[in-house]
Design a protein around this ligand. Structure first.
Ligand code: ATP
Ligand code: MG
Length: 334
């Protein structure tokens, strides 16, 4: 089964009423409610190929969870279309549920009062997973997520990190080709975060699952995502690689080199400006006029080594956190 995700012109509008303050306001709100319209998702189009992990990024309120809710069938779009593994999720919710796993880091899908392992058993029955297959998969998940140390505990007594790991396992027990993860590493300590990232990498690379992930953790994006879709105010701002984000949103980098011969004639290279030149020490940065065509730090490094004989070379790259801050701010003005 092909685990692709296709999103075409997807939009969602919320109609809500606002409550006016005070007693008189409350009465007025009852008689004549003030309606507000919120365009949470506007005309979004993107694809995720089978076996690809895509990070859906954007500031708070950008519309990420609303998109995931439409793709899991929880919400119906106002307009546009989506297909997940060939199924229109909001039209055939149950059929879609068999093809997908979903984790919402903010809330659990498990039974609050039951030990984790009993929740797993109920899910096995719901999805009609053969017993031996279920046991084998549970063992595999235990190896990767270390679940057995707490899986006899009631869900309500788990720590946040334990609970989300249980949710992850629960979402994958029926072996779905497509996985939606809305902030799956929220509140996890650094060790568990790394464990979960390993687990996700394994699910994509070894199991060939398609993953759509949202996160506010840029380290996670760097470790996991090949491609990102950036949204803001419900609109798609960019669909591309991390390199493209770095280029588009004014990533700054520097290549610092020490020349073998301090008398070398130093000239700017294509797209690369000479920022400082002090004896044998030279510093290069992106040519401002090159804009989005400016070379990446790795291309620059290669060019400098090819053109000059250097005894030492180092690079500085703006970290992704800075780049994304710039991207969010600039995208807000678009
Ligand atoms: N059921 C709803 N009724 C009314 N407005 C809603 C509803 N759900 C979401 N919204 C609004 O839609 C917008 C997008 O919300 P959404 O939860 O998709 O954002 P998000 O990108 O997931 O943000 P975060 O990073 O904070 O999780 C927000 O302005 C939110 O207030
Ligand atoms: Mg959200």
């Amino acid at each position: 089964m092909s685990g692709s995700i296709e999103v075409r012109g997807l939009s969602r509008v919320f109609h809500t009423t606002v409550r006016r303050p005070g007693f008189v306001g409350a009465v007025r709100s009852l008689v004549n409610p003030e309606r507000v319209t919120k365009h949470a998702v506007r005309d979004i189009t993107f694809d995720v190929s089978p076996g690809e992990l895509l990070a859906l990024l954007g500031p708070n309120g950008a519309g990420k969870s609303t998109i995931i809710k439409m793709l899991t069938g929880i919400l119906t779009p106002t307009s546009g279309e989506a297909r997940v593994a060939g199924v229109v999720p909001y039209r055939e919710r149950e059929r879609n549920a068999r093809n997908i796993g979903a984790v919402f880091g903010q809330r659990t899908q498990l039974w609050w009062d039951l030990p984790v392992r009993e929740s797993f058993a109920i899910l096995r029955d719901i999805y009609e997973v053969p017993k031996a297959e279920h046991a084998a998969r549970l063992e595999e998940f235990d190896d990767l997520l270390d679940l057995s140390s707490f899986w006899d505990t009631r869900v309500r007594h788990l720590s946040l990190g334990q609970r989300v790991r249980s949710d992850l396992a629960a979402a994958l027990l029926h072996d779905p080709p497509v996985v939606f993860l809305d902030e799956p590493t929220i509140g996890m300590d650094v060790v568990v975060k790394e464990q979960v990232r390993e687990f996700l990498r394994y699910q994509v690379e070894q199991r060939g699952r398609t993953v759509l992930l949202t996160t506010h953790d840029m380290t996670e994006v760097e470790r996991l995502a090949e491609r990102v879709v950036l949204i803001n105010h419900g609109r798609l701002v960019l669909d591309g690689s991390l390199d493209e984000i770095r280029r588009k949103f004014g990533s700054t980098w520097q290549v610092r080199a020490t020349l073998a011969d301090p008398h070398t004639q130093v000239v700017p290279l294509p797209g690369i400006a000479l920022l400082r030149h002090d004896g044998p020490r030279v510093v290069f940065g992106p040519e401002e006029s090159a804009g989005p065509d400016a070379p990446t730090v790795h291309q620059a490094l290669k060019a400098v080594i090819e053109h000059y004989e250097v005894t030492d070379i180092a690079l500085d790259e703006a970290d992704l956190e800075d780049v994304m801050r710039a991207a969010y701010v600039q995208a807000g003005d678009l």
